[in-house]
Design a protein around this ligand. Structure first.
Ligand SMILES: C[S@@+](CC[C@H](N)C(=O)[O-])C[C@H]1O[C@@H](n2cnc3c(N)ncnc32)[C@H](O)[C@@H]1O
Length: 452
């Protein structure tokens, strides 16, 4: 058995790249709840990793055992103070059994998403139930959006909020699928579910919706400044890619639009690069597509390249495997050596085209490129609905360089208040959006959620 995605290279950086999740504000509420649910009994962590939750829980006096596929992650746990007090079994938490009964089993940090088939998730719930003593609980922490789209089932499972006011607003228990217990553990939009052993079996009988039937569509737009050329301004020695991976895990998107990346951020000699791997970790490798377009170096007539010699450019990474990629380089270019490009892909067949671009830093050129892109969106291969997200280097500010001047007719727009925008056809219903700071690049993350 190999270590899976969380092998040596990921394990070596895991605590650093997930630093925010190691903050007391993220850890302590989770540990409080788990210690309360353990109630003097034992706790079992599925996907124990480097011990982010298990170690502080163990320090509270709760005996903890873990199951994990990755020897590399577990080696990091073992090397930490108190690591030797925690028993770990190497194996798949969907099927691996350990001895004894547990008051609480838990699976946090969206790790359920590592199981990419319904059968594996059902097996995981059965496995949790099989380890619980009567009255024991199985706790799952996973992003809210997928939860809220699950179909409801009749009453019969236990429901409570851990403390008054801890249910997310508008989600009082009766409205919540399965009437599950909810707790807002973290400042970010995650929700914890706690189910009893019997409820776990109830959940396991609910059919999963196939991915292509999903209607909620999250877009993450990021300019990662990862060429290596901008040392002293925005380049941070690859850490923006780690940060983007964190964001993909934190806000599981259907579509990621990227600029200023290197091809090896998407593809490695052995498979996906880190950014694509992050999406594959959510949906499974076969359910993720990547569309990369390099900029052209007009001096050398070769690809424009990152300092590691990899082609540099823009990309789409998306859930689903629609077909039909179209890319191009603008007729209008500025005086620099970098020839700018756009790329589009059919993300949902016969339904949705997604595109990204990074326009010139010269406003006149950017405005002309934007108009070229607008014309491209009238071509016959473009599906009825369209989302275009990117760095336009133009703001939505009155004047000759107002990005709204090149907006295609029939499109709405959302932006980060600066130069990143998402245009979308009006049949696409916008649901929620925000822009969030990023530490290792000079643009915020633009998060937009739609119903497509
Ligand atoms: C995102 S990390 C979470 C680690 C830790 N629970 C935390 O909160 O920091 C996911 C962990 O689950 C493990 N994992 C993923 N899929 C697994 C599976 N099917 N069986 C066992 N472990 C798995 C990985 O090796 C990794 O250590």
């Amino acid at each position: 058995m190999d270590d899976g995605y969380f092998g040596e290279s990921v394990a070596a950086r895991y605590d650093q790249t997930s630093a925010e999740m190691f903050e007391p504000a993220a850890v302590e509420p989770a540990v409080d709840l788990l210690a309360e649910l353990a109630g003097g009994g034992r706790a079992l962590e599925f996907g124990i990793g480097t011990g982010r939750i298990a170690l502080p829980l163990s320090r509270r006096g709760v005996p903890v055992h873990g199951i994990d596929l990755s020897r590399a992650m577990v080696a990091r746990l073992r090397a930490k103070p108190g690591g030797d007090a925690i028993g770990v079994t190497i194996g798949d938490f969907a099927t691996t059994r350990v001895d004894g009964g547990f008051s609480v089993a838990y699976l946090v940090f969206n790790t359920i998403m590592n199981l990419t088939t319904q059968a594996a998730q059902v097996a995981c719930f059965r496995n949790a139930a099989a380890h619980l003593v009567p009255g024991g609980c199985f706790v799952i922490e996973v992003g809210v959006p997928d939860l809220r789209r699950l179909p409801s089932v009749p009453d019969g499972s236990r429901c409570r909020c851990p403390a008054a006011g801890t249910c997310p607003s508008g989600t009082s228990p009766p409205e919540v699928p399965f009437s599950l217990m909810q707790a807002r553990w973290l400042a970010r939009p995650l929700v914890a579910l706690v189910v009893t052993a019997s409820a776990a079996l109830l959940i396991s009988s609910v059919p999963a919706k196939p991915a292509h039937a999903e209607t909620t569509f999250v877009v993450l737009q990021m300019n990662l400044c990862n060429s290596g050329l901008a040392i002293g301004t925005c380049y941070r020695f690859g850490r923006s890619v780690d940060e983007a991976v964190e964001k993909i895990h934190e806000y599981p998107p259907e579509l990621v639009t990227l600029q200023e990346i290197c091809r090896d951020d998407l593809y490695s000699p052995t498979g996906w690069g880190r950014l694509a791997q992050a999406m594959a970790g959510i949906y499974g490798s076969r359910h993720v597509s990547v569309d990369f377009v390099p900029a052209v170096d007009r001096d050398t007539n070769d690809w424009y390249r990152c300092t590691d010699d990899e082609p540099y450019g823009d990309a789409l990474i998306y859930h689903y495997s629609g077909r039909g990629h179209q890319s191009g380089w603008y007729q209008s270019q500025d005086g620099s050596d970098e020839a700018r490009a756009w790329t589009c892909a059919t993300v949902i067949r016969a339904r949705l085209t997604a595109c990204t671009t990074h326009l010139s830093t010269d406003p006149d050129t950017a405005a002309r490129q934007c108009r070229e892109l607008r014309a491209t969106l009238t071509e016959s291969w473009v599906q009825p609905e369209v989302i275009v997200a990117g760095d336009f280097n133009l703001a939505a500010r009155a004047g000759t360089h107002d990005v709204r001047r090149c907006a295609p007719a029939g499109y709405d727009r959302r932006g980060d208040g600066s130069v990143q925008h998402v245009f979308f056809t009006r049949n696409i219903q916008w649901m929620q959006g925000e822009h969030l700071p990023m530490r290792f690049t000079d643009h915020p993350l633009l998060y937009e959620k739609f119903r497509v």
